[in-house]
Design a protein around this ligand. Structure first.
Ligand code: A3P
Length: 380
């Protein structure tokens, strides 16, 4: 075999060999170091003769390697895995739950939600969404989209909203949650305009505890910004009149009767399932089973999908590998201790609203759960 250096059409040095009268042209040093496999292949293709079988084999190996790396990178086994602009594949049903957002999944598309968790803020909306995500027939939007309660977002149109939804397969349902929808005046009519038969989930908890939870969240956010925050008692009770401040947001959002009544002007009660947020904390499986029935889902979620995490003080998701997936630290915050007189006053204040709410939704909850001075005396 003879070997000598020649110049290619660009004037670069390439190595050429002649063996059995066939001329082999090898890769120049520059091309060998080229980072892009594509450039490397193109270079080879342009330098090797068509008859040369090694060029064909090289291109074949490289493109197969590229597709394989892309597929493994996607963490999926796929039936179809092509190297298009965006990868296309059909994951096995058990792998259909989570996949990178930028992948185009064969037979899947982004769909408008079939169900919305409308609130209530601090009712346990995140826990409900995360727990529903366990179900293989459910896809959830991880972000709160605030489409209906934000005029700027709403003006972008329903197509904008749809594009923010996760990809789903035909047999799956899509769920979005934005807890502010419950108290927003525009939202019910806008949701109805989009889909009058949509299913709605409302999760409520003891109104006093929910108000304190609301306060604790805002307080933490303000402290993070080095801002001061008044005590809960001072915000909830007007010191001049001694009355409960009905317009204090943390209080107002707990008036479930008022807000639910507005929703019922647009949707029949059968389309709204009310989840007991206090029971979701204690017995998540019970509440999830009811939600599955309401959404027409097969009963997939089991009691052993949940495990009580002592450190967290809440139920967490029991993963197959034995690890617990708990909600982050902003869920399950410590609450400030509230003056027992204020507890009593608020319990009394909420009571007529609670009773009207129970009648309205045809369901009773064991409220008040919070104990003030009077409730202690009553018990004795
Ligand atoms: P606290 O943080 O005040 O305890 P939301 O997700 O709507 O903001 O609601 C937050 C509340 O969800 C928490 O309020 C907590 O009580 C409740 N929650 C219910 N189940 C939970 C769980 N498994 N882990 C953490 N918080 C849970």
């Amino acid at each position: 075999m003879q070997s000598h250096l020649i110049l290619d059409w660009k004037g670069e040095k390439i190595k050429s060999m002649v063996h059995n009268k066939i001329k082999y042209t090898a890769v120049p040093v520059e091309a060998e170091n080229a980072s892009s496999k594509k450039t490397f292949c193109a270079y080879l293709a342009s330098h090797l003769t068509k008859k040369n079988i090694s060029a064909f084999v090289c291109i074949l190996i490289l493109s197969t390697a590229f597709v394989l790396v892309a597929c493994i990178g996607g963490n999926f086994q796929s039936k179809v895995c092509t190297n298009n602009k965006s990868m296309q594949f059909t994951p096995k049903p058990q792998n259909r739950l989570h996949y990178p957002k930028n992948l185009k999944i064969a037979h899947s598309k982004r769909r408008l939600p079939h169900c919305i968790i409308i609130g209530v803020r601090k009712g346990g909306t995140r826990a409900l969404l995360q727990f529903l995500k366990i179900h293989p027939d459910v896809q959830v939007s991880p972000d709160e989209i605030h489409f209906f309660d934000n005029n700027e977002n709403y003006s972008k149109g329903v197509e904008w909203y749809r594009r923010r939804m996760p990809q789903s397969f035909e047999e799956q349902i899509t769920i979005e949650k934005s807890p502010n929808y419950f108290v927003d005046w525009n939202t019910p009519s806008r949701v109805k305009l989009m889909n009058s038969s949509i299913k709605l989930l409302l999760i409520v908890k003891d109104p006093f505890y929910r108000a304190v939870s609301d306060y604790a969240q805002i307080k933490e956010n303000r402290i993070d910004k080095n801002m001061e925050m008044e005590e809960f008692e001072d915000l909830a009770i007007d010191s001049m009149t001694g009355n409960v401040r009905i317009n204090y947001k943390a209080i107002n959002r707990s008036l479930y009767y008022i807000h639910t009544k507005r929703w019922l002007k647009y949707f029949p009660l059968e389309q709204i399932h009310i989840v007991d947020g206090d029971n979701l904390v204690l017995h998540p499986f019970e509440e999830l089973e009811k939600v599955e029935t309401f959404l027409g889902l097969r009963h997939y979620i089991q009691e052993d999908h949940f495990v009580f995490d002592r450190k967290k003080g809440f139920y967490c998701i029991n993963r197959e590998n034995g690890a617990h997936k708990c909600l982050n630290r902003t869920k399950g915050r410590p609450h400030p201790k509230i003056d027992p007189d204020v507890v009593d006053q608020l319990n009394e204040f909420f009571e007529p609203y609670n009773q009207k709410f129970f009648k309205l939704v045809n369901k009773t909850f064991q409220w008040p759960k919070a104990v003030g001075k009077r409730s202690i005396k009553k018990k004795n």
